[in-house]
Write a protein that binds this ligand. Structure first.
Ligand code: FES
Ligand SMILES: [Fe+2]
Length: 460
């Protein structure tokens, strides 16, 4: 992207992102017009629309799109507007046999074809297919339903590369939503995501993660800072990830994700230290780990570990045995696959996925029309189900909270949400010009802007 195409106030520098990209209503209008209309966007999970006629509305800025299962093995997406005078056809989520416009009652079949026009002889006799609902591209991957408003966009799987390949061992398609919360956050949609796109903030924001006393939320001590975890970022053509690879001071250049690096200070028994970390994630964040990994962690605390074995290996063994006993399709994941999978991914533009074996987190942010300082943020948890339950219907209830303080998010998420608000207040200061990013640990954030420029300022 030649930089002269980009207005100076939006131009990226070396590791520098000007604040206008977060604060200008004009920039948000460009994002809605040029970025969100040309990228693949995750709308919902397939299990949310498991019955024929089940739909989910996707609101984005001024747009509303509906995704619906129109037959047992087909999902379609339409602009959610009546062909008569534009009325929104459906709201939220639910199930219909036909689309019926709430205004004058025109009707459509689930495949989008027109079914009923009141007093049709009074209208210009255009061919009936001209009255069909207007389709939006729709495709699925890993149990997620995506849409794209750009008819010329590349196929979903090409767009997502390398995520489908790197996520394959985690079997997202076998996971189901356990909970889904959305809430308003007083920050730009990107600020909400940025806080989850690096782990550089962990020692400053979540010091309890490395403590035995998880209720101690006091600032990290200098000794704790000295033991901080290092989490370098990796950027791809479109998407980006970071990986927690171990203690900064011990890191060797040949980096790989080492889940065994997780631990809790002051606990000398490494089994207990590791188990506490797993259990805290599940108890406080209520996702990413799951009841089975929590149980495996409990067993780990008193497990016999052979001389040549390690704590992490023992945990994997216990977790595998429990999973198989519960009918889960277990795959052994190689060290290389763990390393590729990273910790958290920005699925460009507005989704974050955290893969883990047996469970995962997803975060999504959407702008609020006309207000760059406000967004709708969502967190959802997925858990792999037993093979016997693949076809069992899951009743997904999304919960919405106007205020994130009411969403019962736990300490870790609340710490992140408070940051998002404080960043926004601080960014408005005339003394602040933009983000200065670590070239090792925050390039996920930079990459988002770099890729966004390709959509927003491209010639056409
Ligand atoms: S606006 Fe939908 S039928 Fe008139
Ligand atoms: Fe955080």
């Amino acid at each position: 992207m030649p930089s002269e195409r980009i207005p100076e106030k939006y131009r990226l520098g070396r590791g520098f992102v000007p604040k206008a990209r977060y604060l200008d209503p004009e920039f948000q209008a460009l994002e809605l017009d040029k970025l969100f209309t040309r990228t693949w966007l995750m709308v919902c999970r397939e299990e949310e629309i498991s019955r024929v006629g089940s739909y989910v509305e996707y609101e984005l800025g001024a747009y509303s799109i509906v995704v619906i299962r129109d037959s047992a093995d087909s999902i379609k997406a339409y602009y959610n507007s009546c062909r008569h005078r534009g009325t929104r056809l459906v709201e939220g989520c639910g199930r219909v046999g036909t689309f019926i416009c709430p205004f004058h009652g025109w009707r459509w079949n689930l495949d989008g074809s027109i079914k009923l026009i009141l007093d049709q002889e009074e209208f210009d006799p255009i061919a009936a297919d001209n009255w069909s609902l207007v389709s939006v591209r729709c495709d699925t991957w890993g149990g997620f339903v995506f849409i794209n408003m750009d008819p010329t966009a590349e196929p979903l799987l090409d767009y997502l590369s390398p995520i489908p390949e790197y996520f394959a061992p985690f079997q997202f398609e076998k996971m189901r939503v356990t909970w889904w919360k959305s809430f308003q956050v007083p920050c730009n949609w990107k600020t909400a995501l940025d806080g989850f796109l690096e782990s550089y903030h962990a020692i400053g924001t979540h010091p309890q993660l490395m403590r035995s006393d998880k209720h101690n939320l006091n600032l990290a001590t200098l000794r704790e800072i000295d033991n901080r975890i290092w989490s370098p970022t990796t950027t791809y053509e479109r998407h980006a990830t970071y990986s927690a690879v171990g203690k900064k001071k011990e890191v060797v250049p040949d980096t790989e994700k080492t889940p065994e690096a997780r631990g809790t200070d002051n606990v000398t028994d490494p089994r207990v230290s590791f188990a506490m970390s797993v259990q805290y994630i599940y108890e406080d964040m209520k996702g990413l780990e799951n009841p089975l990994s929590h149980r495996a962690a409990e067993e780990l605390k008193t497990a016999e570990i052979p001389e040549d074995g390690n704590v992490y290996g023992k945990f994997r063994e216990l977790y595998r045995d429990l999973s198989i006993k519960e009918g889960i399709d277990w795959r052994d994941i190689t060290q290389e696959q763990w390393a590729q999978a990273g910790t958290a991914w920005n699925v460009f533009p507005n989704l974050i996925l955290l893969p883990n074996q047996g469970s995962a987190f997803g975060y999504r942010a959407r702008p609020v029309l006309g207000d760059p300082d406000s967004c709708t943020f969502e967190i959802f948890a997925l858990e792999q189900v037993a093979t016997a339950d693949y076809d069992k219907r899951t009743d997904v209830k999304r919960q919405h909270f106007d205020d994130f303080n009411d969403a019962d998010l736990g300490d870790v998420f609340m710490q992140d949400m408070r940051n998002a608000k404080n960043v926004t207040v601080g960014m408005h200061s005339p003394g602040y010009d933009g983000h200065r990013l670590s070239e090792a640990q925050e390039m996920t954030i930079y990459n988002h802007h770099r890729v966004a420029d390709r959509y927003i300022f491209r010639e056409d």
